[in-house]
Design a binder for this molecule. Structure first.
Ligand code: ATP
Ligand code: MG
Length: 209
């Protein structure tokens, strides 16, 4: 690059830094956030798990609540089982996990059984929303519970609104209802630009589960 181009680049970076610095200065509200990761692309649950790892790495108390049966037989499930004792401690942070062991799957066909299973997991999770020590709660695939009317959206919204001020919550799943999107502080919609499955590449351990 010639001198003139380098100077232009440096000036541009200086202006950019000024804009970013101003934004950082303005962001002075201290509170937890509600994050919604939705859309039809791959990366919703794995994104939530990445943030969970980040929070656990700081020694926070966290919770993972999964609204799909059988999801536990996956790499992250094995990893957590090996990393935390039965009480969910690892000497640093803590992880509470609740998952559906009966009820809803993608092939689900029994409305009453599924509804009960969803309600049971939600009931188990409720005390977490009164616990200021619990820094992050992941509600994985909960959007389907609203779609199929297994859980009352308005009830979940009330609980989210009344949670401890510094508690973070991440919701994942396709088709997040607009009320949740309105309530959330951060919303990402993942678009499926390409997916290996559609090119006949077999689902694989460590990538899909
Ligand atoms: P992941 O758990 O990999 O982050 P996800 O949470 O975004 O995926 P889900 O809708 O929960 O996606 O579906 C879980 C499974 O479906 C994963 O095995 C994922 O690879 C696969 N999957 C996600 N999106 C697509 C897609 N657009 N086409 C085909 N398979 C998909
Ligand atoms: Mg998912």
């Amino acid at each position: 690059m010639n001198k003139e181009k380098i100077q232009r680049h440096n000036d541009r970076m200086k202006r950019h830094k000024k804009v970013v610095d101003e934004k950082i200065e303005k962001a002075n509200i201290e509170q937890g956030v509600l994050i919604v990761i939705t859309g039809n692309g791959k990366g919703k649950t794995t994104s939530a798990l990445g943030t969970l790892l980040r929070s656990l790495g700081h020694g926070h108390q966290c919770a993972l609540v999964q609204f799909i049966k059988g999801q536990w037989d996956c790499g992250e499930g094995h990893f957590f089982a090996n990393s935390f004792d039965k009480k969910g401690n690892n000497g640093q942070g803590g992880l509470t996990t609740y998952t559906m062991d009966t009820g809803f799957t993608w092939n689900s066909q029994d409305f009453e059984e599924d509804k009960q299973a969803a309600a049971a997991v939600w009931e188990q999770a409720l005390p977490l929303f009164n616990d200021p020590e619990c820094r992050l709660i992941v509600l994985d695939e909960i959007t389907y519970m609203f779609k199929y009317k297994y859980l009352e959206l308005s009830e979940v919204i009330t609980v989210l609104k009344n949670r401890p001020k510094h508690q973070n919550v991440i919701i994942t799943g396709r088709g997040a209802p607009k009320e949740l999107i309105e309530l959330a502080d951060t919303v990402s919609e993942i678009q499926p630009v390409k997916h290996a499955f559609n090119q006949r590449i077999k689902a694989q351990e460590g990538i899909e589960w």
